[in-house]
Design a protein around this ligand. Structure first.
Ligand SMILES: [Zn+2]
Length: 229
């Protein structure tokens, strides 16, 4: 199995949106990633990132989160068949390119799908205005071992959003946890900082505790530069 980490780009925003209550008033650039997992039984893309049209979509209405594109994920993946997409959640920076993967099975928690169709008022700006629910969404509730071999395991990690999910990868014996926005960064984890956009603070802290308890696992945070290991 292979893992290709694609850096989609950055979001520029006030640090207070990343680590609520810490460093407010400072501008930061936080990275956005997608992950291509090449499994023997199919290619899996974890999150699809924001698109090259961002100035017309996200950038136009979410002035306090400015995207900076580094890799056009669609162009980068041209010619590679994506069998499955796992969206950690459906905030625009994690799923805007979904519509370009016609035919892929898109795996999402039921609560997340419902949230994207009808977002809560306080999360509306983070979801797409024109969410296309007519793709091949495969709605799940709870844990899923995608190929029933322990190599790609999806677990629910609600908190940042109600239907958030994260992914455990067993990469030829190396265990990796793709947190998504269950935890933005190691600083969030260290200081129990909430993210600026959230659904349930208590559930977020539960996620942090679960992540702290992981042993022998490389954690990839949702919006933190990768630390080479
Ligand atoms: Zn998010």
């Amino acid at each position: 199995m292979e893992l290709d980490i694609i850096k989609n780009g950055y979001l520029e925003c006030d640090k207070g949106f990343v680590t609520l209550g810490r460093g407010m008033g400072n501008k930061v650039k936080i990275p956005v990633f997608c992950f291509l997992v090449k499994h023997e039984k199919g290619n899996v893309l974890v999150d699809t990132g924001f698109s090259s049209d961002f100035q017309e979509t996200w950038g136009k209405r979410l002035k306090f989160y400015q995207p900076i594109l580094e890799t056009d994920v669609i162009k980068y993946l041209r010619g590679i068949k994506i069998d499955f997409i796992i969206n950690t959640h459906l905030h625009i920076d994690h799923c805007e390119n979904n519509s370009s993967f016609i035919g892929s099975d898109i795996i999402i928690q039921k609560k997340e799908y419902e949230s994207a169709i009808s977002p809560k008022i306080y999360q509306k700006l983070a979801y797409q205005d024109n969410f296309n629910g007519n793709l091949k969404y495969r709605i799940i509730e709870g844990r899923l071992d995608l190929f029933s071999d322990g190599k790609i395991i999806i677990i629910p990690t609600s908190g940042h959003t109600e239907g958030h999910q994260s992914v455990f990868i067993n990469l030829n014996g190396k265990r990796i946890f793709i947190a998504g926005d269950a935890c933005y960064s190691s600083e969030n984890l260290k200081y129990n900082c909430l993210p600026g956009i959230l659904w349930n603070p208590d559930k977020i802290i539960e996620c942090y505790e679960m992540i702290r308890g992981l042993r022998g696992v490389q954690v990839i945070f949702g919006h933190e530069e990768l630390i080479p290991s």
